[in-house]
Structure formats: C-alpha cells, structure tokens
Design a protein around this ligand. Structure first.
Ligand code: ZN
Length: 105
C-alpha cells in the first residue's frame, strides 16, 4: 500500500484513455468521418471544400451555419490546428498548416 498515489494516477490515465477511445469509436459507429485539410495546399484565402460533401467552408464565415469550431489546438502561443465540424454532413475536419501561413504573412 506504499504507492497508493502512483497507482491511482495510473488508473486515472487509463480511464481517460479508455474514455477517449470509446468516444472515437462511438463517432465512428455513427458514421462520422474524420478528415485533415492542409491549409498550405488549398490556396486562396483559406477557404476549402468539405472533403465529404463539398460544402464550401470559408474562414470568413462566422455564422456557424456551415461549420462549427469544436477545438483549437495551440502549440505554445501559435495555433497548431483547428478541429471543426461540417454542419451538413457532420464530418469532423482537422485544419492544419497554420505554421506556413504565419511565414507568408
Ligand atoms: Zn461536409
């Protein structure tokens, strides 16, 4: 019983991991697809088409009718990627390539 604390921390990590796997599995079973869009490859001002249903997704559209931003992933003080959901087909899309955009501007 000397390492009770260590054991409980390990258990917490394991539980978090299982919850994560389960939620991804549930999304997969619901038919929700995950895509990655690299902004350095789409050109233009950052607008791109949903890889599944071809809905035009524009960063200038702030209405959340077309898409919803689910998560911003930061690396230090820089934006690493954005997870957003296409509201038409419910696909979840990881936007990457912000690093290159910082360089251009
Ligand atoms: Zn879509």
């Amino acid at each position: 019983m000397c390492s009770m604390e260590q054991v409980s921390i390990k258990h917490l990590d394991l539980i978090r991991y299982i919850v994560l796997i389960n939620s991804w599995e549930r999304l997969r079973l619901q038919g929700i697809k995950f895509y990655t869009v690299d902004l350095t490859k789409v050109g233009g001002r950052g607008e791109f088409k949903c890889p599944r249903c071809e809905t035009e997704i524009s960063p200038d559209d702030k209405t959340e009718k077309v898409y919803t931003i689910l998560e911003l992933v930061m690396k230090g003080d820089r934006l690493e990627k954005i997870l957003l959901q296409c509201n038409r087909c419910k696909s979840q899309i990881y936007l990457t390539g912000f690093h290159a955009l910082h360089k251009i501007r």
